[in-house]
Ligand binder design. Sequence first.
Ligand code: SF4
Length: 473
Amino acid sequence: MLAEVRGLNEECGVFGIWGHEDAAQITYYGLQSLQHRGQEGAGIVATDGKHLHGVKGEGLVTEVFTQKKVQELPGFGAIGHVRYTTAGGGGYENVQPLLFHSQSGSLALAHNGNLINATSLKHQLEGQGSIFQTTSDTEVLAHLIRRGGFGTMKDQVKHALSMLKGAYAFLIMTEHELMVALDPNGLRPLSIGQLGEAFCVASETCAFDIVGAKFIRDVEPGELLIINKDGVRSERFSMATNQSICTMEYVYFSRPDSDIHGINVHSARKRSGIQLAKEMNIEADVVTGVPDSSISAAIGFAEATGIPYEMGLIKNRYVGRTFIQPSQSLREQGVKMKLSPVRGVVEGKRVVMVDDSIVRGTTSRRIVKMLKDAGALEVHVCITSPPIKNPCYYGIDTSTREELISASHSVEELRQAIGADSLTFLSVEGLIEAIGHEKQNSHCGQCLACFTGEYPTEILPDTMHPHDKELMC
Ligand code: SF4
């Protein structure tokens, strides 16, 4: 049960297109640009108006798809998915899009997010005779749609969505239309664009740039878009909305060339570096950022302090990400493989190391050691987000509260644990200011729950790790 619940968590990317003769090929390129959101599985389902055809597999987009495999997916509509899986939730059957066939037609689903009531809905559905093929929370939606009774497909989808709680950006495709839904809190980013006469949707706007599409707008919380031969229609499946975009999308997850709710991710990160510099005093010789996600912030920090920015750490390309890997030893091995210090830059210097976040502390400890082994006199760790003290239940595997090092360590204890000469975190207020929704008069609210513990939705007991339940009691 525990493994199943924990295994449902994922951070993923979705791409879809409707009305283009090379739909699968374009989806392939779209998925490549979203590869940073998930490297453990990829899939595409396409429709030719009569049938849905799908190809999926474990690994990177380029590992799953050959040119021949993409050509096996004819049609004018397609949806694709890249998947990040936590321990216990992997396996071919959980790779998306999920594809279902029934007498009334076929259905493909791609999901970014996490349903916090998936376990109880699954129990209910199994009690009514449903048999699940996967351990993914996404499959719950397919069963709810098919049990939706009378009415049009759109009515069934709306009814099914109204039963879900948590974070979801869903692409739902039949032979004849593509539906796009975003949860009432709009926790995960999702945008719509146009490519000639065709419409595309993507987790991040960087996918539009790659395929040559024009950004139209962000999908709104509680919105259901129906895209078919008649064009795009916008409807609501929920009026009780409260926009709470995930702040970590700006801090870490999204690509710097993406815009989320009108704010460029690189610019937000750069401002977070500037803001952190305002909140502290430091004397040092060089500033370096942990590649790739912290380089923008390090540039901002260097600009604001006047300390020169240097490339003190180099990323070894073509190895996967380390944010969270299944075991301590694998994580440590991952860090070793991925980063190298530039001795000529850091030797004999007082180094400011800018990073976006500390989750378990393992990565920071190793990088500090790496810089010191390369001759750095001092290493000052500057984090452009507040301490992560609370788990995420919305599709980001920030683990249990027990494993989050800031949940149990003071800043000084953590400084000692990672071996840094100083450690500074950006304040919550500073992060909000840096991202800048208020400045641009946007009414876009932000989820900050992993820093503050204030979750934008109710948190159901079946979502939590038992240890966290005890802490909540
Ligand atoms: S809890 Fe943190 S990681 Fe999860 S959605 Fe909220 S801000 Fe994002």
